[in-house]
Design a protein around this ligand. Structure first.
Ligand SMILES: Nc1ncnc2c1ncn2[C@@H]1O[C@H](COP(=O)(O)OP(=O)(O)O)[C@@H](O)[C@H]1O
Ligand SMILES: [Mg+2]
Length: 571
């Protein structure tokens, strides 16, 4: 038949016939197959042929659209399924008890889980996170967690496991494993480690935090003789701190505890810090001699206000660390001194205004740390303060800081001794003075005596401060009432500067310190020293005075004769 040949031809440029029905591939329009059938039997010259071919083209276009739509739906479905599938849980890999099985922790629960055969279980590290599917099979490795709590190691067990402290006092603790990466690492008690989120594995190691270096003070050689005056304070310290440490057996035999701490109080510049350091130096020397061991002192100098000005909670953490470091060093054989300067700022009476909320936690914490110090531990706590009345009485109880030692202003003889310490054999003296007294040593002794006399005069020039008391009484304070070791030292340094200047001006090295230099230096100290406030502000002055602050109504500086007269004229 003619149409057959045409159809064959047609069939060549059309898609081959596919039977309509269930076997029809996706995306094919059934009507297209039927139309192809019709076309086969329609003669070429049939007047409807044009329309049929148009229909055929249209159906082909529809078929293409259908395919595109189906592809879009497929993609949508795929995305939808991805987004609605349950999330993978994450667990911590703890080990592999047998091949293909992982021992994992998820939250508080533990599982023996199958491992995806595509995953090499031998490459999994203890402590890393693993992905888990709904059947709790391990299907992926995602490495160590980047975050987690940091804790202190309290003990390293022989099998390598670690006992870690869960609180600062190390009262409660738990045992954790080491991660694969820490298995060979040398870990020490006191080091810090980071735990994985399930808190079962230590996964990162931190060296001990370096608080020690921060506070550590070098102690120069300060034999007791380098402190002028203060005999009473020094005797008290030696009796209460030195002796029990040197003769612990005797104290034990008599059932006496050694002292844990003392408070040094008194006006600034009179030697509190100096005495603290001297205690550390001399005690260590004596201890070394007595025990025959090469003991070292470990002097931690801590500034009270500085410690207080930390972030909330940091102060407490620092106090803990200070005491922890002290104990540790004591265990290593050091004699440890915790020296807290201006302790009143830190350990203020709990009810007093300015430091109210902070002191509330710092004081009990400090008290607890003191109680935690065993007296045999060779740790001595020293506090200093200008205002011991501000320190919370909870701190100044027996068994804590049980001795108060006054480091007061030097009297005339002590002042002479301090002059002698700084105007010592190494300081060149004025040749005329040496000649006059018939020898260097005689001249030095005379200069020291006369400088002390000059400073301790009570006359118009040395009147320094007027104090009005509540009782209505007015008292005049003289230079000597405000003298300090620091002032005397500074005056001697000034006098040396004057002699040096003369040497330079005269082009000689034969000049030396004279009585005139010392006098001028002392005058300058009282005129411009940093020690004295530049204002009449009462609070500033009260720190320097020996009066009960409650009793003082007003202070008025009397600086030099001229100003004084001017003041009198105005009144
Ligand atoms: N009694 C003293 N003997 C010798 N030097 C002293 C004496 N008191 C103070 N000084 C000198 O003054 C400096 C400051 O004294 P310091 O001990 O810091 O006083 P404080 O701690 O009481 O404010 C010391 O380093 C020392 O040089
Ligand atoms: Mg000091």
């Amino acid at each position: 038949m003619a149409d057959r040949s045409r159809n064959r031809r047609n069939g060549e440029d059309r898609p081959p016939f596919e039977p309509a029905g269930p076997g029809r591939p996706e995306g094919r329009i059934r009507a297209l197959a039927i139309l192809e059938e019709i076309l086969k039997y329609t003669p070429q010259n049939d007047p409807r042929m044009g329309l049929l071919e148009l229909l055929y083209e249209q159906l082909l276009a529809d078929e293409r659209q259908l395919r595109e739509a189906q592809e879009m739906i497929r993609q949508f479905n795929e995305t939808y399924e991805k987004l609605t599938a349950p999330a993978n849980r994450i667990g911590t890999f703890l080990g592999s008890p047998q091949d293909g099985i992982a021992y994992i922790a998820v939250g508080d629960a533990e599982y023996y889980a199958n491992v995806d055969p595509n995953l090499d279980i031998k490459k999994l590290k203890v402590g890393t996170r693993v992905k888990i599917n709904e059947a709790f099979a391990v299907i992926g490795d995602i490495g160590y967690h980047p975050e987690g709590p940091i804790v202190k190691i309290a003990e390293v067990l022989p099998d390598g496991r670690l006992r870690i402290a869960m609180d600062a006092q190390m009262v409660s603790s738990r045992i954790v494993l080491r991660s694969s990466d820490l298995s060979e690492k040398a870990l020490k008690v006191g080091d810090e480690v980071r735990l994985d989120p399930t808190m079962r594995v230590a996964i990162e190691h931190f060296q001990k935090s370096e608080i020690r270096g921060y506070f550590l003070e070098k102690i120069p050689e300060i034999p007791w003789e380098k402190i002028g005056g203060q005999e009473e304070a020094i005797r008290l310290i030696r009796d209460t701190i030195e002796r029990p440490l040197l003769y612990p057996e005797l104290y034990k035999k008599f059932g006496k505890r050694s002292l844990k701490g003392i408070l040094l109080y008194g006006p600034p510049g009179c030697g509190k810090t100096l005495i603290g350091k001297a205690t550390a130096y001399n005690l260590t020397q004596a201890y070394r001699e007595r025990t025959g061991r090469d003991v070292r002192e470990y002097f931690m100098l801590i500034n009270g206000p500085q410690l207080l000005n930390m972030w909330l909670g940091e102060t407490e953490r620092f106090i803990r660390e200070i005491f922890a470091a002290a104990r540790e060093r004591a265990k290593e054989g050091y004699l440890v001194f915790i020296f807290i300067d201006e302790a009143d700022a830190l350990l203020r009476v709990r009810s007093s205004g300015r430091y109210l909320n902070i002191a509330n936690t710092v004081v009990p914490q400090f008290a607890a740390e003191m109680d935690g110090l065993v007296s045999l531990e060779n740790v001595v706590v020293m506090l200093t303060s200008n205002r011991p009345d501000y320190i919370d009485p909870a701190i100044l109880r027996p068994e804590r800081i049980d001795r108060k030692v006054k480091v007061g202003r030097p009297n005339r003889d002590a002042s002479r001794d301090i002059f002698a310490i700084y105007l010592n054999e190494s300081v060149p003296l004025d040749p005329k003075t040496v000649q006059e007294y018939g020898g260097v040593e005689q001249a030095r002794r005379a200069l020291v005596e006369q400088a002390a006399d000059y400073l301790f005069r009570k006359d118009r020039e040395t009147a320094f401060l007027e104090v009005a008391l509540k009782s209505g009484r007015r008292e005049t304070l003289y230079w000597s009432d405000l003298v300090s070791g620091a002032l005397i030292m500074s005056a001697v340094e000034r006098a040396k500067d004057m002699a040096i200047r003369r040497c330079i001006e005269k082009g000689t090295d034969q000049e030396g310190v004279s009585l005139e230099d010392l006098k001028e230096a002392i005058r300058q100290e009282y005129k411009e020293s940093e020690i004295f406030p530049k204002t009449d502000y009462l609070e500033d002055w009260l720190k320097l005075l020996d009066y009960d602050p409650e009793e003082v109504v007003e202070v008025r500086p009397v600086r030099g004769g001229r100003e004084r007269r001017a003041g009198e004229m105005v009144v």
